[in-house]
Design a binder for this molecule. Sequence first.
Ligand code: HEC
Ligand code: HEC
Length: 612
Amino acid sequence: MRPTLALLLVLATVSCIGPTAVLDQTTSSLGPFTDPRAIAGEGADRAPPAIVGGTLGVDGDLVVVADPDRDRAMLVRISTRHVTEIALPSGSEPTRVAIAPARSAFVVLRGTGEVATIALTGSTSVTRRWVCDAPRGIAYDPRTTLVRVACQGGELVSFDPSVEGAISTLALPFDDLRDVIVVGGAIVLSRFRSAELVRIDPEGNVIVRAQPPSMPNDSGAGGTTAGRFVPSVAWRTTLGETAIVMTHQVALDAVIEVDARVASSSIERNAPPSSPYGGQASPVRCGNAVVQSFVTHFDPNTLAVLSSLQIPVGALPVDVTGWLNGEGVVVAMAGVQQLSDRGTAVQSFALMDATGTCLTAMPGVQGAFGITSPIAVALAPDGRVIVQRRDPALLAIDGVMIPLGGESVFDTGHALFHVDAGQGVACASCHPEGGDDGNVWHFSDTGARRTLSLPHGLSSTAPFHWNGELRDLHALMPLVFTARMGGAALDPARVDQVGRWLDTRPTGLRTPGAIDDASTRGRVLFEGRAGCASCHAGAMLTNATTVDVGTGGAFQVPTLAGVSRRLPLMHDGCALTLEQRFTDASCGGSAHGAQDLTTLEIADLIAYLRTL
Ligand code: HEC
Ligand code: HEC
């Protein structure tokens, strides 16, 4: 069947809750603008990880819940609501789940590079197996009885769960892997920032690649009707009954009008209703933010696009179900964090139909979702909708709340970073998982600007932005959160909490490349003859100065932390590969370190950069 409707899960008011629902106000999350802890500018004792989403697995009556904030997994019986908690190592950050029916659940541990195998028969014993530096997606293949793990670095790891410790690793010629899906004899991988799908055979040969379609900018996003939206950040890809379902963002590829009023960093009041990154609902689309959320269906075999539908409101589409009653899919919008506090009517559901008309209520959908900040959604075998909330932790099954217990992980900085500031965009829309979306934006005042990644220890790299014009976050937040994103004006204590969270959040495992002879020679060059360390120095590999290296102006020296894993490079994204930083004179810079490097020396420097 051809999908016609995308159903959006967003926060619901009490009046939207169906008769069977139990919404306990005391367990509702109030969000970053109204929670008393946020007003006091509080941070959690241990900074919680950025939202990843997609942390549920279902096996008949059993729901397997991964809780990255509390390093645990839970087994929840739908019929009895019985909850069994399984502790996992501190800092292991459990995320994606796969299940071998009635036998085992497999949980990706991002923080330790492992997969935890939980026995579902008899005792719930747990074993752990190292798979790769940065595991992301996981699937169980019932035909081969192998578990497949997609890793950020471009490895596909397979293992037989009955053989202790053994893994086999296939290095693929593309990285940034996210989810893995087993379709018949083939494997489909999604790539996070490019929203690409790649179908490979078991030997790793690419059979076909696909991407969601580009969309016209007919809504006037960015203050223009020029340009188009290009596919970006694919938060979650799953296999539905008849199609592969991907929930992803699209990003505006056009010059964004940033007028002088908004460019001034002395804004103290709330921004006007239309701001450069977001704005009003438009006659042709359900909103005109520069980042929009979509659900795209692909044919599982050919990867042909079957439909691509806009999710009208909210931000951060971190998880998606298969079909709901043949009518649509449910999407967890993690950016929806608060019950209405801004005087706007809170919608229960919204959808856009096949004609592109934006509707704001979906009649006849059972179950209500009085849940803010949902991080995962799934369907029970009977079609009931299961929703996971972060904090306080709970599972809602068709609107009935099952508390999962555990300490509060409320953190003002985390909340502000992930909230839809008001016009459909969150910080995490462009900095997903605290990193970057790989996009090059075009601003009317500054020109082409690649999104900067936000490394752990960010504050030591101030001042901010490529021009280095923002002294610290107290300069950045009024400009970005309030003026550009249309968010509330924030007091200094809350801005400090954003900085504290960015500095101290766990960022998953580092993925240093292997140290070999070439990278060792590269390091000697970097620190010596090539002259790199005069600017790329210190723990963050930047001296935080703004200098002209011959790339068309003076720019902040960027940190080189993780540089090989966040292409493209340079302020305008001109280097699509590490090589282009050196070999493309117009991109690499005419005064950018030693200019007389040999081909071999460049190869050694690149080998070193891959270890950072
Ligand atoms: C529409 C996409 C977008 C959104 C939304 C966004 N950013 Fe950015 N961010 C960027 C881009 C692009 C840059 C580089 C801008 C420049 O240099 O002019 C950047 C740069 C930064 C930097 C500078 C890092 C450095 O090393 O200099 C920080 C810090 C930052 N963003 C934090 C945030 C926070 C916090 C929010 C939410 C309040 C946010 N961003 C929202 C796109 C975005
Ligand atoms: C004089 C200071 C300076 C020196 C010396 C220097 N860099 Fe840079 N580097 C910069 C600046 C400034 C940029 C950003 C320029 C731009 O984006 O247009 C940059 C960007 C980069 C980037 C891209 C990073 C990103 O996130 O986009 C890489 C990689 C890099 N430098 C490597 C090197 C290497 C290798 C050397 C030595 C051969 C070197 N740099 C020497 C200042 C310097």
